[in-house]
Design a protein around this ligand. Structure first.
Ligand code: URA
Length: 239
């Protein structure tokens, strides 16, 4: 059980500085269990706590673990330059609590993107040592052939890599779509591998990370959800 005074509690959830949170409480903007709380020193057990602020109910989250179905034309960078950043899709307080994308998808890539404010989680998920498979479906400009699949499985040489890079798994979906599974996340890796294999990636979607799938989450483009313990448990290395 973790008890926090209401000002610290709001601050921890990204609603601003302690001073600002005290002001919100003072102004009668915050209620817990249907009662407006105006004394910022009131302490609450954070386990399973829901509070109301700005006419919205918020569940307390010690850390944020989120899955977003990334739409096209959003950047994963912290300082987006040509398109809005993916953080603009999430509630504003997530930015304040330093929620960030776990790894990156290109601005035109769609699909499953994890986001969190938990440093060790971000680190372990992004590390190539974790061997967590990322599943992509690429739409190709040229037809998918058995030779293309074989090449990607055997490994293709990218000009700035010391050794060929290979897909962990790869299969044809239909005449112009191919599923490619990678455990690394090198810059534009899928697009560059397809180009090196003599094809061209016309569109790219990440459909799964580990056993966690976009389909299983039921997220439409632009939608996001918190991940529960069972869903986080699906983010594991393949066998
Ligand atoms: N590979 C790419 O080429 N782009 C992405 O966004 C992800 C993987």
């Amino acid at each position: 059980m973790k008890k926090l005074t209401l000002d610290r509690l709001l601050q921890s959830q990204g609603f601003g500085t302690r001073k600002w949170c005290r002001q919100l409480i003072d102004d009668g903007e915050v209620s817990v269990a249907g009662t407006v709380v105006t004394d910022y020193r009131t302490a609450f057990d954070t386990d399973g706590l829901t509070f109301r602020l700005f006419d919205e109910d918020w569940d307390f989250h010690e850390h944020v673990f989120v899955a977003l179905h990334k739409p096209p034309n959003f950047e994963c960078s912290r300082k987006p330059s040509h398109h809005p950043g993916v953080l603009s899709i999430l509630p504003e307080n997530f930015t304040w609590r330093d929620v960030q994308p776990v790894g990156r998808l290109d601005h035109d890539t769609t699909g499953l993107l994890l986001m969190s404010d938990h440093g060790p989680f971000i680190h372990s998920q992004s590390s190539p040592k974790s061997h967590i498979p990322k599943v992509y479906v690429a739409t190709t400009a040229e037809p998918v052939t058995p030779e293309l699949v074989a090449l990607l499985l055997a490994g293709v040489q990218l000009h700035d890599e010391p050794a060929p890079l290979a897909a962990v798994r790869c299969s044809m979906v239909d005449s112009h779509r191919i599923e490619i599974v990678l455990e690394q996340g090198k810059y534009h890796q899928v697009k560059r591998m397809l180009a090196a294999a003599g094809n061209h990636c016309a569109a790219l979607q990440r459909v799964a990370i580990g056993q966690l799938t976009l389909e299983g989450l039921g997220l439409e483009e632009g939608e996001w959800c918190y991940l529960d313990a069972a869903e986080l448990g699906l983010l594991v290395a393949g066998d």
